[in-house]
Design a protein around this ligand. Structure first.
Ligand code: NAD
Length: 478
């Protein structure tokens, strides 16, 4: 359906320092999730656009790979300055394009902006050359990198991966999510203002099985850094093997929140719900399994019922709203099908359930849902739903809580909530996940991010993120 609003039309890609018309012929609608209106159109790149971008990045690599730490640091500062200026525009594009709630979208964009200075700091602290006796070891840029992102925090992923690659001396071809074209356009306009050397940064928006697949199979791409689903991550690992790609894979999660029996529920339950429903539940790190001591279950249910009143659904541009629409029809249906599955498998709906919330039938809105009486072997406790659906699972002992937390194919993120911090640390140290937060969501741009098990391969952020774009060379003199 068409509206009378001005529609945005995107027909260019960013190649070799300039916005160039797409060679691709496929055009995709951009649909606003709050009311399913078409708000724009984007021309999708094809393989030829992708190969042009790769060729530009390859030419630029010949020079940029020789850059000094100081030269790279200067570019990172320029990028930070350029993107900072568009913070509000970027947030607004995220709110409109995928229905991200404004408070969370703002935090995501701010983390993206911070990524450049965080990478500069990490680079400054890294030893890129070590020598002893007749041996010199240097950390060298791995080559041209293909950066492939998911839609749920596209601007952050681009900034994060770009910052690490630039710090390492790599040139890049970015394939943003095709569902993030508006945000990408604003971000690339901002990045252009940083006046990077031509070819260092190239951005081609297109489909995964077209642009993404070309990046994965092209022999001139040395490294793929990917954020997205396990299914696509498996494809990248398998297909990338033919050209010996280095891969970083940031994949899905089914993160546990372990509520210890000494937790102060008035603080711990709202914290657990924030973890579950951040980014409207469309977050890889979402704490979607809440493990509760059996002897506190009754009280916990009451506190959840009370605290859920703060998790209002509605217009994501309204700062009072906690949960926005799902990003797409596909996402809406996916969440509905899991809620149905939970009911079929015998879990009990404490809050929420199937269908649209009242008055929000026009968009992809779902009801934030809390299930109780969930067993950890149920589908809703094992599979990533990627929506605002929380499963409450009861446990008898601390050992059992740890066992349930680890009984998952995933291992991206986890949380422990409790008053005795020594005990919370002891529990945290037994959870097999790449990041465990104690007493609520928090961040550190120098701390690694990434998953155990099916949650991925490798790490991002800080020096860990930069190391992922480096090779080691030793020169030995006789
Ligand atoms: P997705 O895997 O469908 O798509 C991710 C990207 O891969 C998109 O740009 C897509 O176009 C591209 N792609 C698709 N097929 C491809 C192919 N054959 N070759 C190369 N690229 C291809 O994921 P999504 O729906 O965009 O994002 C949701 C998923 O991302 C969830 O599973 C979520 O947990 C995960 N995620 C992980 C992290 C993390 O940091 N670990 C962060 C955010 C999202």
């Amino acid at each position: 359906m068409m509206t009378r609003e001005a529609k945005k039309t995107i027909t260019t890609h960013y190649i070799d320092g300039a916005f160039v018309e797409s060679h691709g012929r496929e055009v995709m609608d951009i649909v606003r999730p709050t009311d399913c209106q078409i708000i724009g159109r984007v021309t999708l790149a094809d393989e030829e656009d992708t190969r042009h971008a790769i060729a530009a990045a390859k030419r630029a690599f010949a020079t940029y790979s020789l850059s000094t730490k100081e030269g790279r640091a200067m570019l990172l500062r320029r990028l930070h300055e350029a993107v900072s200026k568009r913070l509000d525009d970027l947030t607004a594009a995220m709110v409109e394009e995928y229905g991200g709630v404004i408070q969370f979208a703002g935090l995501i964009v701010q983390s993206g902006v911070n990524a450049f200075l965080a990478a500069e700091k990490a680079l400054h602290e890294m030893e890129l050359t070590r020598s002893w006796e007749n041996t010199t070891v240097t950390l060298e840029p791995v080559g041209v990198a293909g950066l492939i992102t998911a839609w749920n925090a596209n601007a952050l992923f681009i900034c994060l991966k770009l910052a690490s690659a630039i710090a390492a001396g790599c040139t890049v071809v970015i394939k943003p999510s095709e569902l993030s074209s508006l945000q990408t356009q604003v971000l690339v306009e901002a990045l252009h203002e940083a006046e990077l050397p031509n070819g260092l940064l190239n951005v081609v928006t297109g489909l995964g099985n077209v642009v993404g697949a070309e990046l994965v199979r092209n022999p001139d791409i040395a490294k793929i850094s990917f954020t997205g689903s396990v299914a696509v991550g498996e494809t990248i690992m398998r297909d990338g093997a033919a050209t010996m790609k280095r891969v970083t894979l940031e994949l899905g999660g089914k993160s546990p929140t372990v509520l210890l029996d000494d937790a102060a529920l008035d603080k711990a339950i709202p914290a657990a719900l924030v973890l579950a429903f951040m980014n409207s539940g469309q977050a890889c790190a979402a704490g979607t399994r809440l493990l509760v001591p059996k002897n506190r279950l009754h009280t916990v249910k009451q506190v959840i019922l009370d605290a859920m009143r703060a998790f209002t659904v509605g217009d994501p541009a309204d700062p009072k709203i906690a949960v926005g629409p799902m990003a797409s029809q596909k996402q809406y249906e996916r969440v509905q099908s899991y809620i149905r599955k939970g009911i079929e498998e015998g879990a009990e709906v404490l809050v929420g359930g199937e269908g649209h919330p009242d008055g929000l039938e026009a968009g992809y809105f779902v009801k934030p849902t809390v299930f109780v009486n969930v067993r950890n072997d149920m589908t809703i406790a094992q599979e990533e739903i990627f929506g605002p659906v929380l499963s409450v699972i009861a446990y008898d002992s601390e050992e059992e809580a740890i066992q349930i937390a680890n009984d998952s194919k995933y291992g991206l993120h986890a949380s422990v909530l409790g008053t005795d911090v020594q005990r919370a640390r002891r529990v945290a140290s037994q959870i097999r996940a790449g990041r465990v937060v104690i007493n609520g969501m928090t961040d550190d741009p120098q701390a690694p991010w990434g998953g155990f098990k099916y949650s991925g391969v490798g790490r991002e952020y800080g020096r860990y993120g930069i190391e992922a774009f480096l090779e080691t060379r030793a020169i030995l003199e006789s």
